[in-house]
Design a protein around this ligand. Structure first.
Ligand SMILES: [Zn+2]
Length: 417
């Protein structure tokens, strides 16, 4: 779909790192990019004008942890839906991300070739969807997650199971170096998880293999993101030099972070996406309180928290899951502004996302207008007025459903609005 000239008027604009919001502002997007932002901005004559008094415009949200291809829910019906969705590149998911203002997602564990095809089709406009960053397959041990837990095998395109350091390097080079079939991945994901000793032990990657995988990714200029479970896993990951951490579970440092960990994270700029949206419903009240405290420890130490929902896991819906994650991060003790940063400027900087998290002339026009002031109340994010992705209106009240259906979300007429 061709981006039109769009003007949002009568809005408050959040400026990156600015001291305050700009009220009564105008945002103009043309050709998919922001061309003007501010108070004394002329509305071009050819612009589609959306008057949005009482709304705040912020950069499109980034969900740093999703599984694009995972089924929505469990059971036979969900599986059948997943097969159909796979063929059509999950129109319901694409629509749901955008409708909630999520304009960039990081795919952390999907079929490698499929994820690249998903990205090609959404990037060139054949399908409407968020911008995609790709980890491709996740690297794990023969007896690790998700091999032992979910029945994945080395034949599946969403996992790699290196059996030696050399094998690991070869497999990383194949995805991080790119090929004639696909671009290099944006990030390499490793799984280092001993499981829950009280319930089920899992095999972590051998430290030599883990280190080889991380080192080879870095040799290709690709950062490494890590799923971790226990403090022992965490220690090995930090030793291997990973860049980003995913999850924070009760198997983690409940009584406090192990000595030196927070200092290492801050010194090396290692981020944490605690993915509370997927784990919090499983916690009892005491555990939830403790986990929140450990999240706040990272923030207070000067570490960087990122919002990642783990969409695709049971109970986490695309789009809504990220809003929940932002609310849970606020509940840990972050201010609303700080919680917003975990899904906008923080991932843009930490993950080197070109143009994301910015509302300034020249930037890609990914933005969301919400009713109210999300700087004082994160719940305002749920009141979406308008969403632009690459300059195209894709969600909110200005969203033209009939045209979306013809041109992008899917190939069947019965998908609904
Ligand atoms: Zn995940």
């Amino acid at each position: 779909m061709e981006p039109e000239t769009v003007a949002l008027t009568g809005v408050t604009v959040l400026v990156r790192d600015g001291p305050a919001a700009v009220p009564d502002a105008v945002v103009v997007s043309r050709g998919g990019r922001i061309v003007d932002v501010g108070r004394d901005v002329d509305v071009p004559g050819d612009a589609h004008v959306y008057s949005l008094p009482g709304h705040t415009v912020l950069p499109g949200l980034v969900d740093t942890h999703v599984h694009l291809g995972a089924p929505d829910g469990t059971g036979l019906r969900a599986r059948l839906r997943a097969v159909a969705g796979h063929l059509r590149f999950h129109p319901r998911k694409r629509r749901a991300f955008l409708a909630h203002g999520v304009t960039t997602v990081c795919s952390l564990g999907d079929d490698h070739a499929w994820a690249h095809e998903f990205r090609r089709r959404t990037a060139d406009g054949r399908l409407v969807g968020p911008r995609v960053r790709i980890a491709g397959p996740l690297f794990t041990a023969p007896g690790g997650h998700p091999v032992a837990t979910r029945g994945a095998t080395s034949r599946d395109d969403w996992v790699r199971v290196p059996t030696s350091p050399e094998h690991g390097r070869e497999q990383v080079a194949a995805v991080a170096g790119g090929s004639d079939r696909h671009d290099p991945v944006d990030v390499v994901k490793v799984v280092q998880d001993r499981g829950d000793p009280a319930r089920r032990a899992l095999e972590p990657m051998a430290p030599a293999v883990l280190t080889a995988v991380a080192d080879e990714a870095h040799r290709h200029g690709v950062p490494v993101v890590a799923h971790w479970g226990t403090p022992a896993d965490l220690a090995e990951l930090l030793e291997a030099g990973v860049d980003h951490l995913q999850h924070l579970e009760p198997r983690g440092p409940l009584d406090g972070w192990p000595s030196g960990v927070l200092e290492t994270m801050v010194a090396r700029g290692i981020t944490l996406a605690p993915t509370l949206a997927v784990t919090e419903p499983l916690f009892d009240d005491d555990t939830a309180r403790t986990i929140r405290r450990r999240v706040l420890d990272v923030h207070e130490a000067g570490g960087t928290l990122l919002a990642g929902s783990d969409t695709g896991m049971p109970g986490v819906a695309p789009g809504r899951g990220l809003l929940r994650e932002i609310e849970l991060l606020a509940a840990c003790g972050l201010t609303a502004r700080e919680a917003l940063r975990t899904a906008t400027t923080a991932p843009a900087a930490a993950l080197d996302l070109e143009d994301a998290g910015v509302l300034s002339p020249g930037a890609v026009a990914d933005l969301v207008a919400v009713r109210g002031d999300p700087l004082t109340e994160v719940g305002a994010l749920r009141r979406v007025g308008l969403v632009l992705c690459r300059g195209v209106v894709v969600g909110g009240r200005g969203h033209r459903t009939s045209r979306e259906r013809r041109t992008g979300f899917g190939h069947t007429a019965h998908e609904g609005a």
